[in-house]
Ligand binder design. Sequence first.
Ligand code: UD1
Length: 417
Amino acid sequence: MACICVSGGRFLNGEIKIQGSKNAVLPMLAAALLIPGETKFRNCPDIADVRAMAALLKKLGAVVSRDKDMLCVDARYVHPVFLDCGDMADTRGCILLLGALTARFLEAHLAHPGGCVIGARPVDLHLLALRALGVEIEEGEVILAKAAKLTASEVVFPVPSVGATQNAILAAVLAEGRTGLHNVAREPEVVHLCHFLNAAGAKISGIGTAHLLVEGVKQLSPVDYTVPSDRIVAGTYMAAVLSSGGKVFLRGADDAELLAVIKPLRAAGAEFGIYADGILVKKGRRLAAFDYIRTQPYPGFPTDMQSQFVALATLADGVCVIEETIFEARFKVVPELIKMGARIYLDENKAVVEGVMTLAGANLCGKDLRGTAALVIAALAAEGESTITGTEYLERGYEDFVGGLKGLGADIKRVVK
Ligand code: UD1
C-alpha cells in the first residue's frame, strides 16, 4: 500500500505548471466516441481517471495511444459492449458514456458509475435529459438505454447538474433538430465541452449561460484540441502555498475560473498577482478566518475546493463557518484534521472551524480525492511528520502531486509499504 510522508514546516517557492483539467477532459473523451476519426487531446493529464476512461474507450473498440502529454483517440471502429460494474468502478466521469454511446449507437448498456463516495450521487437528471430526447431507459442494477432515433426537445433541469448537462449535450449534438437545454450547469467544464464539440463541427450556442441551444448536425470531424488547465488543481496548489507559506507561480492557471476561490483568500490576507500566463500566489502573514463559505454551483464557491479550505481554516486567525450544499458526505477530512489538533465542530452540513496556532503531524487516512489533497495541505504546515493514506484517490485527479510539491521545496515523499 502506498502512502505519503510529509515533514511539515517548509516554505513553498518557485513555479509549477498546472496540469490539464480532469473534469474537462473526461467528457471530451466520451465525446470522442462521436467522432469517426482520430481526435488529439494535448495537455491531457496522465491521471488514474483518464486512464480509466481510456480503458473504457478501448473496450468499446477505440484505439487510444499516448505520446507525452498528448492522448489520441481513434473512434472509427467502435462498437457497443456492456460495461459492467468492474469497468465503471474507477471514475464517476464514465457516466458520460451514457449520452455518447446513445448518440453513436442508439443504445447503451452500463452499470452505475463508481468514483468518490462524497454523497448519494444519483443519475436521475441524466436519465431525465435522455428520456426527453426520445431514449427509452430501464434502470435497475444496470442502465439500459435504447432509442429508435434521438429527437430534439426542450429539457428543463430542476437543478443544475454538471454531468447531466454534459450527457444531454452529448446526446443532443447529433439529434435531429434543435434542442433547448434549460437551467444547465455553467461550470467551466461544461463550457469547455461545448467549445470542444463546436471545434469538431457541432452547433451549440448560449455557451456559459443557463440556457444552451444545440442544433443537431449530421456528423462531427476529428480535432486537435488543447485541454485547458485544471482550476481545482490550481486552487489546491494555491491552498498548499497559503498553508505552508512562500511564493509560487501557477503557470497556466486561469484566474477567471477561480474568482470565487481567490476572493475569500484575498480577503483573508493572501496576495495574488494575476498575469496572462498564470497566477502568482504569496502568503505574507497568517491568514485571517474566511467569511462564511458556502459551496454552490458555478460561479459560486466550488465544492471541489471545500476540503482544502477547511484545512486552511484550521490555522487561520479566527472562526470560520464552511457550509456544504452540493454533496452531503464531504466532511470526511474533519476527524483526520482533529487528530492533528484542529478545532472543528460539525453541525450537519456546516463545519465551524476555530483556527489554532499549530497543527501536529499525525497518521492520517485520506478517503476521497479532494479530502486527501486537503490532508497533504494540512501536513505541509504541521509540526513534525505525517503519514497520509489514500494515494489511490489522490492519483485519480492529481498528476504527480508529490513530485510537484517536492519541486517547490516540500519535504514529501511517496512510500510503498
Ligand atoms: C461534477 C464533478 C465533481 C464536482 C461536481 C460539482 C466530474 C467528473 N465531476 O460531478 O468533481 O464536485 O460536478 O461541481 O466532472 N444530482 C442529482 N441527480 C443527478 C445528478 C446530480 O440529484 O442525476 C445532484 C448531486 O447529488 C449533487 C448536485 O446534483 O447534489 C450536483 O451534482 P453534479 O453537478 O451532477 O456533479 P457531478 O457531475 O457528479
